[in-house]
Design a protein around this ligand. Structure first.
Ligand code: FAD
Length: 284
């Protein structure tokens, strides 16, 4: 079994508690020698300063850091200026996204040319502005706005043709769903690597609310496993670690080359799952 490369995603801290957790997690996960780490971008630019500040501090680890960037609600000129600044700051990898549609807005957003309409146009522009490495999102269970999975895969193909270097999936808990999606992308002629994005379950209740928003399926067996563990945090943590470990081992055994982790700014579950496929933490 070839050990898959890994990447870790964080979000800019909103308060001191999250900030403390983030800077405890980063050295532990950076010590696993990931291929890259990423920092999310709040919809509509709400974390514009926080994303850059977090990345600048994280660059001290020596691991390449990617910035997420959503184009919705930002003019093309603003995005160009922002990415010029990021390029100057050594950010050479962008996770290029549309962002969620704000309430009350309909697609297409405008037709006067100031705004990007599609992520594929955004990817093409980013590639023309600087020689960015580009990751994009993809959805094994279909993006909520897509009419069907096939049309969503066609949209993904456009992002890949526009220059994406990899596609990272929305989280999922049933690996079969990922393998089916990967086969469908293959059949559609997509040659860009499709990388699973995995979510460690730090809080089952919160995860369920989040999954409902992005229409990610939570299998019945997962509900059954977490039933009765609300007041047993140690048991819930052990279960979440076992589940992620099992998921990672199965993906590695099925030839997956790269795994992305939505770390939620915490290291424990993610680092143990990585150790199960051969990662060892280097001293920070
Ligand atoms: P898109 O590829 O733009 O697709 C959105 C919808 O448009 C789909 O229904 C698709 O089928 C359709 N579509 C796309 N292109 C075309 C086309 N050419 N023609 C017709 N239909 C088309 N959100 C944040 O706010 N901040 C983050 O940091 C963030 N990070 C994320 C990281 C990952 C790995 C993932 C998977 C998601 C992330 N998100 C983030 C959420 C993301 O912004 C939302 O899911 C958003 O609604 C879709 O963005 P997208 O670029 O992935 O989708």
């Amino acid at each position: 079994m070839k050990k898959p490369t890994v990447s870790f995603e964080y979000f800019p801290p909103k308060n001191e508690t999250i900030e403390k957790a983030l800077w405890e997690a980063v050295p532990v996960l950076a010590g696993l020698d990931p291929q890259f780490m990423t920092v999310t971008y709040g919809a509509g630019g709400s974390t514009r300063d926080g994303t850059l500040a977090t990345i600048k501090k994280m660059q001290a680890t020596g691991i390449p850091i990617a910035a997420h960037l959503t184009f919705i609600n930002s003019t093309q000129q603003d995005l160009k200026a922002l990415t010029d600044e990021w390029w100057e700051n050594g950010i050479h990898h962008i996770v290029a996204l549309r962002g969620d549609m704000p309430d009350g807005l309909q697609w297409p957003l405008d037709c006067d040319g100031d705004y990007f309409q599609y992520t594929s146009d955004f990817v093409e522009a980013l590639k023309s502005w600087h020689d960015f490495e580009i990751s994009v999102g993809c959805y094994p269970e279909k993006h909520p706005d897509a009419s069907c999975l096939n049309s969503d895969i066609e949209a993904l193909k456009k992002k890949c043709t526009a220059g994406a270097d990899r596609a990272i999936t929305q989280f999922f808990f049933d690996n079969e769903c990922f393998y089916t999606f990967r086969d469908k992308c293959d059949a559609a002629g997509i040659t860009t690597p499709i990388c699973p994005g995995l979510l460690p379950i730090h809080d089952f209740g919160k995860m369920c609310s989040f999954a409902a928003k992005c229409e990610a399926q939570i299998p019945d067996w997962l509900h059954e496993k977490f039933a009765g563990l609300d007041d047993k945090p140690e048991d819930a943590l052990k279960l979440a670690t076992d589940l992620l470990t099992e998921q990672v081992r199965d993906l590695a055994a099925n030839g997956v080359d790269h795994i992305h982790f939505y770390t939620m700014n915490k290291s424990d579950i993610t680092s143990q799952a990585c150790e199960a496929i051969g990662y060892r933490c280097k001293a920070a």
